[in-house]
Design a binder for this molecule. Structure first.
Ligand code: AHM
Length: 383
């Protein structure tokens, strides 16, 4: 298409070879509707602002909070990428509440997310896997309307072997109106989450989140330092042929889980069995793959972990909100994850999450082969 109106002539002093500018044109009145210079890229910042009106209490605070998280994620991403190069690997010496030794990068990630959330002013406090107690911010942040539960670096045993790790976050509106937040502000049902998401530091780094209006995924373009919308409106396939579980613990699994796993391994071409076992050992990475391809992730109760291994508030709940928003399902084998009443910020819980039909089938096996004592004992908000 021909256009007119040259924007630079040979004597324009713009530091560019004038000859190259000869064919650069601006639209004229007549062709303006056809000429629309466009970027194909939507950044996370643009997307958040665009979607701000979706939030029931929208005044921009939740948008700012999500932006704070994305900034910390970029800093952590840089450090994760350098993990093999700099002297940051190894134990930091301390043990977290779970009795697990902390890697230096866990501590770094925790510090970065806490710093970003504290300075933003929208978040009154944080429950983190790395801190025994809730962290309450002072100054203007103490009046923030939101609280965050997070696992700043999930799958940390994979850091020193260059395998994907992630950050998981869950956001609630606090219940108390004034003063510092309290632990009760944190102990809310998963169904009360206003947003949830994760960052996977993988072959590329992605941020995936929901505010209750579907799930969207953004890939970090390191050349411009921006998360760009790459996976709009993510939907998990209704079924799949991948299962993710630490099968090394098989002998310690409940009978229903053993039977379910065996049922996935039979030779049954019509139903595409046997299924594939894929287990990275980073919840974020295993979840992310199954979200895209269809599948189920299971971390059941075991003899060693009779209440399950994963943490309800900052691992199971955010993944449950995400998967439900993407059309999938998350349960503890018997109850919806989002309907479990937390009594402790570090509470553990079994997790069956992924494609709906696969989770349903696993639950049927559990029901059929369980005895009463197997059902996890906690308060559940039965619908
Ligand atoms: P972490 O917080 O120490 O990283 O533990 C959480 C991880 C999950 O990411 C992963 O799915 C699971 O624990 C792996 O546990 P296991 O090594 O028992 O299979």
């Amino acid at each position: 298409m021909r256009t007119s109106a040259v924007i630079a002539s040979s004597d324009t002093k713009i530091g560019v070879n004038p000859i190259e500018w000869k064919n650069v044109y601006l639209p004229t009145k007549s062709n303006r509707s056809m000429y629309r210079p466009r970027r194909n890229v939507v950044t996370l910042g643009e997307f958040i602002i665009d979607r701000q009106a979706d939030f029931p209490f929208a005044k921009g605070e939740l948008s700012s909070l999500l932006s704070d998280i994305s900034i910390a994620a970029k800093i952590v991403n840089n450090e994760v990428n350098k993990a093999g190069l700099v002297n940051i690997l190894g134990e930091a010496g301390a043990e977290n509440i779970q009795g697990e030794s902390q890697k230096k990068l866990d501590v770094f990630a925790n510090d970065q997310f806490l710093a970003a959330l504290a300075s933003g002013g929208e978040c009154a406090g944080v429950a983190s896997e790395e801190n025994d107690e809730i962290i309450l911010f002072d100054g203007p942040s103490s009046q923030g309307k939101y609280i965050v539960a997070m696992d700043p670096l999930d799958g940390s045993s994979n850091i020193d072997v260059n395998v994907s790790v992630g950050t998981i976050f869950s956001i609630y509106r606090r219940k108390t109106k004034n003063g510092p937040a309290t632990v009760e502000d944190f102990l809310q049902y998963g169904s009360d989450q206003v947003a949830a998401g994760y960052i996977v530091y993988g072959s590329s780094t992605m941020l995936v989140y929901t505010t209750g209006n579907g799930v969207n995924g953004f890939t970090l373009d390191t050349s411009i330092g921006e998360f760009c919308l790459s996976h709009p409106n993510m939907r998990i396939p209704g079924g799949g042929n991948i299962y993710s579980v630490n099968q090394g613990n098989f002998v310690h699994f409940p009978e229903g889980v053993k039977k379910y796993i065996k049922s996935l391994q039979i030779d049954d071409k019509a139903n595409k069995k046997p299924y594939s076992l894929r287990y990275i050992g980073s919840l974020v990475s295993d979840f992310h793959r199954n979200l895209i391809k269809g599948g189920i992730y299971i971390y059941p109760t075991t003899l060693a972990s009779p209440k399950g291994k994963l943490r309800l508030m900052y691992e199971c709940n955010p993944m449950a909100m995400l998967v439900e928003q993407a059309g999938g399902k998350a349960t503890d084998g018997f109850n919806d994850i989002l309907e479990i009443k937390p009594t402790d910020i570090h509470q553990r819980c079994p997790l069956y999450v992924g494609s709906s039909s696969m989770v349903d089938e696993a639950m049927q096996f559990l029901k059929e082969y369980s005895n009463e004592n197997m059902e996890p004992q906690y308060e559940v908000n039965k619908k």
